[in-house]
Design a protein around this ligand. Structure first.
Ligand SMILES: NC(=O)c1ccc[n+]([C@@H]2O[C@H](COP(=O)([O-])OP(=O)(O)OC[C@H]3O[C@@H](n4cnc5c(N)ncnc54)[C@H](OP(=O)(O)O)[C@@H]3O)[C@@H](O)[C@H]2O)c1
Length: 315
């Protein structure tokens, strides 16, 4: 009986905590329309990326969903078109973990598109055990960091020619778990050093260091680069991991976390709001500029990561 009471109290605390957390989440209040402006969103077939694509389509943007699973992404695109009445939502193939796929995607975009107003580096993944990609990179790092590093660099000329334009990268507060970054060992040479959390946190730290260095390089071009933590969001991400912990987090997330549209608010804010049209190199949480952990603010480390990423991606 006592156990039942404790369980009921814990469930009640989790539910009310979740309600408060969602209520306090930042909202993008901008009503800005993006009539016919072209936006690319990576990983728009699910979760935060899908909710972002939906919102930007509702604002009239030409949305290019950059996705690895074409059939799944096309189903999502069809729903977005039907719900928003915007026919300009298309799917293009992009597997961020394969640098050849990134190059093909960028070539295709540069051939077809005259302008690119917003690039949203949203896709993300994490794998349980160390896996190596075709280009000999660790898979979590390849998907979350190297793929976006290469993609952004290959699209920079188009973004500059379309200025004012914006680059938004979805990082995570978990970047703080990566206390140090060894730029000589970004791919976890020894499998024993690898864990899902270590690789994911490192890749999210790289997202912030990359954004800060990119924004320094982009000074005076009219292109801004910012990054964000979306909050804890109930998405496919948790159960895709495939561990019992992933399933538990996934179930818990349904109760305590933000829904996808709430989780997409900071991305949408950075993509559209006039309040941040001249802001660059910053980290946002809940639609507000926020402090990141000190290791993400290290300029020397950001420069060394940039050089190492250039070498690994042969950009
Ligand atoms: N959910 C959270 O609580 C949370 C917290 C902090 C940060 N984030 C970040 O938010 C972003 C979005 O994650 P989410 O929670 O929305 O996860 P999600 O529901 O799993 O969506 C991830 C998206 O990325 C795509 N993707 C994965 N690997 C890819 C690859 N190699 N090439 C191209 N696309 C790929 C997925 O495609 P498929 O549909 O084909 O799988 C999917 O569209 C990620 O960067 C994540 O790190 C999430």
């Amino acid at each position: 009986m006592m156990c039942l009471h404790i369980l009921a109290s814990l469930i009640a605390i989790a539910i009310s905590g979740g309600i408060v957390y969602r209520r306090r989440s930042g909202r993008c209040t901008s009503r800005k329309l993006l009539n016919n402006e072209t936006v690319i969103i990576t990983g728009a077939s699910a979760g935060i990326g899908k909710a972002t694509a939906h919102d930007l389509a509702r604002r009239g943007a030409r949305v290019i969903m950059a996705c690895r699973n074409l059939a799944k992404a096309q189903r999502v695109a069809d729903i977005i078109k039907a719900e928003t009445g915007n026919p300009q939502v298309t799917v293009e193939e992009l597997d961020l973990s394969d640098l050849e796929s990134v190059r093909r995607f960028a070539e295709n975009i540069k051939k077809k598109e005259k302008s690119l107003k917003v690039l949203i580096n949203n896709a993300g993944a994490g794998v349980r055990s160390r896996q190596i990609t075709r280009q000999n990179l660790e898979l979590t790092m390849a998907t979350n960091h190297y793929g976006h590093f290469l993609l952004t660099n290959l699209l920079l000329d188009l973004l500059k020619a379309s200025a004012p334009s914006r680059i938004v990268t979805v990082s995570s507060k978990l970047h703080g778990v990566a206390r140090q970054l060894d730029v000589e060992n970004l791919n976890f040479r020894n499998a024993s050093e690898y864990s899902l959390l270590a690789a994911y946190a490192q890749s999210k730290l790289c997202n912030i260091l990359f954004t800060k260095e990119l924004s320094r390089k982009l000074e005076g071009t009219g292109v801004t680069a910012n990054c964000l933590h979306p909050g804890v969001v109930a998405t496919e991400g948790f159960h895709k991991v495939g561990t019992w912990r992933g399933y538990v987090y996934s179930a818990l997330a349904q109760v305590i976390a933000k829904d996808c549209l709430t989780g997409a608010q900071t991305t949408i804010y950075l993509a559209v709001s006039d309040e941040v049209k001249n802001t660059s190199g910053k980290y946002f949480v809940d639609c507000k500029e926020s402090e990141c952990y000190p290791q993400a603010d290290n300029e020397d480390l950001a420069r060394r990561l940039w050089d190492a990423s250039e070498r690994e991606t042969s950009v």
